[in-house]
Design a protein around this ligand. Sequence first.
Ligand code: F6R
Length: 594
Amino acid sequence: MCGIVGYIGTEDAREIIISGLTRLEYRGYDSAGIALYGSESKTFNIYKDKGRVAHLESITDFSYKSCLGIGHTRWATHGVPNQANSHPHTSEESRFFIVHNGVIDNYKELKSELLTENKFYSDTDTEVIAHLIEKFSFEMNVDEAIRKTMSLLEGSYALAIIDTKDESKLYACKNKSPLLLGIGDKGIIVASDLMALVGYSKEYIPLKDKTFVEISGNDYKILDIIGKVVKHEVKVIDVDYTNIEKGEYAHFMLKEISEQPSVIRTIITKYFDGEEVILNGKVKEALEESDRLYIIAAGTSMNAGSVGRELFEKMAGIPTEVHIASEFAYNMPLLSKKPLFIFISQSGETADLRAVLVNVKAKGYRTLTITNVKTSTLAREADYFVEIHAGPEIAVASTKAYTAQIAILAILAYGLSDKHINLRKELSKVAISIENVIDRREYIETLVKEYLTKRNCFYIGRGIDYYACLESSLKLKEISYIQTEGFAAGELKHGTIALIEEDTPVIAIISQRDISKNTRSNLNEVKSRGAKTLVISTKGVHEHDDQIVLDDVYELFSPLLTIIPAQFIAYYAALHRGYDIDKPRNLAKSVTVE
Ligand code: F6R
């Protein structure tokens, strides 16, 4: 989703900002822009357009020196992706340039109550902010004008602001949307993601909500809305982003699918001492003391959470609920007496989850984040956090983070169980079995050509296979744009079966001994109505004409394995349709607006 990079210092702002924006591309965006101050010409210029950062680079003038600038990648929320709606936006008299990440809920009210005379050039909520700052700057200092504007804004924002009357300063502020200050020897960067700081800063400051920063040279002041100094923590950047090249792979998604065995092995080395699971004592205590777990997540992470519920209930006997974060935030069910909230998020920045986290923390409940990004907002703000160690995930469609999340949930559930299995051995078996699927990917590609020929497709399964179906169909739809749903196999006949016509592709996932026969009869029902069926099964329950037969693994861990052919199915379906696999349309990797 939107990315911000701003710089002030003695180095080339343009290079730092463009390379930062390139590193933020993985978050998903539709337009890009940059505002630069030319140190010799003493002029400010804006370059912006719909399209990729490479396009922005091609329209940016590189011929002059610039030591101050702000850049942005936009994921449209208000107004279509076009040049006018791209950031930076300017105030009415063009004194202030701003870039914004987030959504201003009350922008219409602000416009109609305070800016009735102003002329607007875009359909964005952002432009209102620039106009307000300028309006207040006629009556007060710039820092006060920005803080006064902040006090009126409802919603989420991370902002980087340039005052064209003072090129010695860069301003920034935030509420709900992430924003970091990167401290370098030759300047300061503001960015929405640590990735943009790597190579330029060794230290960074995660900014708190409702804080304002004034940066001049290598100096910065961090204040709250009323101008009081806010305490902050300077952290060292110790994240390894060396692993962010595609290498020999055609796409990041293919690379990340292929990395899953090594991710599981990394998790084993991080969380086992011999055969024993090593869990942080406080995390274990929090899990043991709670009478019910509430898993809060979105998208793929929620699908991992649904598998997690099975693991917590069946392995550890702890009642567990899984909730869509955006629903839970504003429609909380009755809670148990001692709940523990578990937030599962690859990015650790998902705004829907953060809304719940802030809410339940305010009520005094304990919180645990399971994430891939240890420096993220959700990791920082929860009481406890557990890292999934999947390594940077760049493709928008999540693959290795899903398996890593399930492996971690298995470890947590096991830590609370009567240890009736050898978890280390079972997870190692899964890693080998995933390798066996990866070796057969070309065969899966031939199946895709034969079966995935229609505009639609259904995944069906029961029990834990149903959760794997939900994730399988999410993968397929998000990158191949095939209309697909995952269904509980037994539910089809209660309505959805009406959609089955001649040659409709139906993919069944069958891995559970006690219910495999039931899924098979549901499969026969759709077959008799003309469906073209493809079966992903495991050896213990397979039939001779199943197309994809996987190794047997511990039954509750089967989603770690059945998802792999489904990831390949999605990948090849998108590949053969010629789509942008790593950056599917309309999607963002880091969903920082509610
Ligand atoms: C799908 C996908 C999304 C994310 C969802 C939550 O492939 O990646 O559905 O799972 O946007 O994001 P995180 O896990 O970062 O909270």
